[in-house]
Design a protein around this ligand. Structure first.
Ligand code: SF4
Length: 143
């Protein structure tokens, strides 16, 4: 799947880091195996954008990101995405494994902004920026 010593970017919550909005994680045993070689760089774009953990859930709504209590956190999401992009450049990362359906990390399908567990076509803010910069993005579900 990847060349020897190739660095990959990984959503930190998939590795068991408690950075999820509710203070938990999305630990995935396949991800744990994959990153044991030490070539993964773990990131949580929402934390890198300055958001606290735990935090109010948010979803993308058109070009914005809005929390469940109606706060506009678009700027924090953009800042986090830019920080992650910076890291990919610094470490010459060409591939990312990101958490599915997240408003930051999701790829192809994300929640639709109604907080009703309804999916719509689209990428999270970070996934979108990475793809636009030529990074291959897959989710843990595509491993
Ligand atoms: Fe996980 Fe990404 Fe959400 Fe951070 S922003 S908790 S890494 S899905």
């Amino acid at each position: 799947m990847k060349e020897k010593n190739e660095r990959i970017l990984v959503s930190a919550c998939l590795a068991g880091v408690n950075c999820k909005y509710d203070g938990g994680n999305n630990e995935n045993s396949q991800i744990i195996e994959l990153i044991k070689n030490g070539n993964a760089i773990l990131v949580c774009p929402e934390q890198l954008g300055g958001l606290v953990t735990p935090r109010v859930a948010a979803e993308r709504l058109e070009n914005k990101v809005i929390t469940k209590d109606n706060r506009d956190v678009t700027e924090e999401y953009r800042r986090g995405a830019e920080e992650v992009l910076k890291l990919t450049k610094k470490f010459n990362i060409k591939k990312a494994i990101l958490k599915s359906r997240s408003p930051s990390c999701g790829k192809a399908k994300i929640y639709d902004g109604t907080f009703s567990h309804t999916l719509t076509d689209g990428d999270g803010v970070t996934a979108e920026l990475l793809k636009a910069n030529g990074i291959e993005v897959i989710t843990e579900e595509e491993l």
